[in-house]
Design a protein around this ligand. Structure first.
Ligand SMILES: Cc1ncc(C[n+]2csc(CCOP(=O)(O)OP(=O)(O)O)c2C)c(N)n1
Length: 631
């Protein structure tokens, strides 16, 4: 921590924070800002969102009695100040690291993390559940606070929560942290509505009144309660109710206020603490607040990697000749290539345009590429709707977020047998984002859906060819690939090849042991094979390529010719490739020894991809060791 820090070193819990005078809070916020910048510059994380929510975290913990009062951070990527203030100042140095603390609030980690998060738009439902539980158990004095960004507010669940809460008397405070940004700029009508709220003169004059009311600037020393009474009278008069979305839904709306003015925030929160029932406080904040570069380039600094803490400049990794590119780049360029040739092709992303590289298509074909907000369910059914009219939607969704849209995949796409292509990014272990973000279940949960084709590419060329094949196959089609680099750099502008559906490949015949794999993890298997080949140990290597339909001819061949079969997949061991082979063997009375390598049946925490592969026995050494053991 910087030597300038005078207040932060003494804060181990919110009780220490409460010992500070109100006029010391600004300095504390600056120290938190310095500390978060210093730490994330060397140990990357979600910088911009957390810088934007420092004052919110300080004000909330200053006013409310956490952890008895419940506080839920939506997504939780903005909660670094919260973590630091709640006993994890030193542990923050190990933020997102293997065996360190999680980058997101996590119930197991701290009593101050009232709810485990990572996926968006869960805060209102969960805080409402807590508030209603408090009512039922007679814990009536408790406060319940949810902090949700304008991006997360676009998620359907947020509205489901608002709808329920607004008709209740539940004592909840929703703090809308409005910075106009998701990872990219927030999209949709709600975003325009928030902009209207923060710029319209009626609301600005209303805001002035609220501001003065709670900060006591109009009547020196006037009790907050009297001000609240005035506010309630306004509400009763219906002045605001008719024109405000949240008021119409049964919430009391306060704001918009400046979410970086910590002293005023404290006063407003103290006032709101005395108002029961569902309330929403609209705070306007700046993503990346306090670091010029991060304020200027908010998308880039959402999670910038390492940067220079003084200048804020991102530390570029030196270009290495021959360095391979990411699968995401291959997806982005290939969809454009296909779209140039076929006008029916469209692209859809739920709020991850730059992460999945659909932004490349959005630039070239702005009318045919859609960012639909943090709305995976909508993204899938919207794609289905387009497919009914003969368009060919490539719906790109991160594996773990696709879990949200399971019924939409089954009911709206597969059951209707529609030609929707799912490009499933971040398949497998993703690294530092941890348990909430690993794409562990997709192969298993897609395989059991009728009509679905489920595939995974070994490399960049495969991804291109599978995208091409999918565009030419009138069926629901899933292509799942990992985060990060591929293995070859000669994929650009190569001719496309249409693959035979359900056909796997024998890469190498061998004796005794055959390894069957699906996806990019196969490159590790190939490396293991190459090592053994140098020792004159010959193993069979098979790229299944299609998990569904599985290549039964290939499986008969393998089961008849090898004593031992090892399956390797970067996905859960329950329900994926290993299970498929096991079912096949059982159905066909094969008695081979079968060893299934994959992600075990437990939640894997954060760490580098390499560390996690090792933990799961999916790294080169572990696979090699396993083969040696079985020889
Ligand atoms: C279900 C789901 N979809 C996508 C994401 C990826 N994601 C993480 S943060 C984020 C943007 C959130 O925007 P907002 O709530 O406005 O918070 P900000 O980062 O602007 O503070 C997105 C899309 C996610 N965490 N969960």
């Amino acid at each position: 921590m910087s030597e300038k820090a005078k207040l932060l070193p003494a804060i181990d819990t919110p009780a220490d924070l409460k010992k500070l005078e109100l006029n010391q809070l600004e300095q504390l916020c600056e120290e938190l800002q310095d500390y978060i910048i210093e730490q994330t510059s060397i140990n990357p994380g979600h910088l911009g969102s957390s810088l934007g929510a420092i004052e919110l975290a300080v004000a909330i913990h200053y006013v409310f009695n956490t952890p008895d009062d419940k506080l839920v951070w939506d997504v939780g990527h903005q909660a670094y100040a919260h973590k630091i203030l709640t006993g994890r100042r030193e542990a923050f140095k190990q933020n997102r690291k293997y065996q360190g603390i999680s980058g997101f609030p996590k119930m197991k980690e701290s009593p101050y993390d009232a709810f485990g998060v990572g996926h968006s738009s869960t805060s209102i439902s969960s805080i409402l559940g807590m508030a209603m539980a408090a009512d039922l158990t007679g814990n009536t004095g408790r406060n319940h606070i949810a902090v949700i960004g304008d991006g997360a507010m676009t998620g359907g669940m947020a509205f489901e929560g608002l709808n329920h809460a607004g008709s209740s008397n539940a004592n909840i405070l929703v703090i809308l942290n409005d910075n106009g940004m998701a990872i990219e700029e927030s999209v949709g009508a709600l975003n325009s509505y928030f902009t209207q709220l923060t710029t319209s003169s009626a609301y600005n004059s209303f805001r002035g009144k609220i501001w003065r009311m709670f900060s006591g600037k109009n009547e020196k020393g006037s009790p907050i309660r009297r001000s609240i009474k005035t506010f309630q009278d306004w509400i009763k008069s219906g002045l605001i109710r008719s024109s405000n979305l949240f008021e119409s839904l049964g919430f009391r709306y306060f704001g918009p206020i400046n979410g970086h003015d910590v002293v005023s925030m404290v006063k407003v929160l103290q006032g709101l603490k005395n108002i029961k029932g569902p309330k929403l406080l609209h705070c306007v904040t700046v993503k990346g607040k306090g670091l010029e570069e991060a304020e200027k380039s908010q998308t880039l600094y959402h999670a910038p990697g390492r940067f220079d803490k003084e200048t804020g400049k991102i530390i570029e990794v030196a270009f290495e000749p021959g360095k391979v590119e990411k699968y995401q780049q291959v997806f982005g360029e290939t969809i454009c290539e296909l779209a140039r040739k076929n006008k029916k092709i469209v692209g859809i992303t739920p709020a991850m345009a730059s992460g999945c590289s659909l932004d490349i298509m959005m630039k070239e074909f702005p009318d045919r590429a859609f960012d639909v907000g943090i709305a995976e369910q909508h993204a899938v059914t919207f794609s289905a709707g387009m497919a009914t009219d003969g368009l060919i939607p490539f719906c790109n969704i991160y594996s773990s977020f696709l879990q949200r849209a399971y019924d939409q995949i089954i009911h709206d796409v597969a059951l209707q047998n529609l030609h929707v292509i799912f490009c499933i990014d971040r398949g497998g272990l993703v690294g530092e984002d941890g348990a909430t973000h690993h794409g562990a279940y997709d192969l298993a949960f897609l395989r059991c859906i009728p009509n679905m084709i489920v595939t995974s590419p070994l490399n960049e060329m495969d991804l291109r060819n599978l995208m091409f094949t999918a565009s030419q196959t009138q069926l629901p089609f899933a292509i799942r690939y990992p985060r990060g680099e591929g293995v070859c750099n000669n994929w650009r502008n190569q001719p496309f090849e249409k693959y035979e559906i359900g056909k796997g490949l024998c890469l190498q015949k061998g004796n005794d042991i055959a390894i069957l794999f699906i996806g990019h993890i196969g490159n590790t298997v190939i490396a293991v094979h190459n090592t053994l080949a140098k020792e004159d140990i010959s193993i069979g290597v098979y790229d299944m390529r299609f998990l569904k339909p599985i290549d039964e001819t290939l499986l008969h061949d393998v089961c008849s010719n090898y004593k031992t079969i090892i399956t390797v997949e970067n996905g859960t061991v329950i329900g994926g490739l290993g299970s498929t082979v096991s079912e096949f063997m059982s159905n066909n009375n094969y008695k081979n020894t079968l060893e299934i390598l994959g992600i075990p049946d437990s939640f894997i925490e954060q760490g580098s991809v390499q560390e996690l592969h090792k933990e799961c026995g999916l790294d080169y050494d572990s696979i090699l060791g396993k083969v040696r053991m079985l020889i």
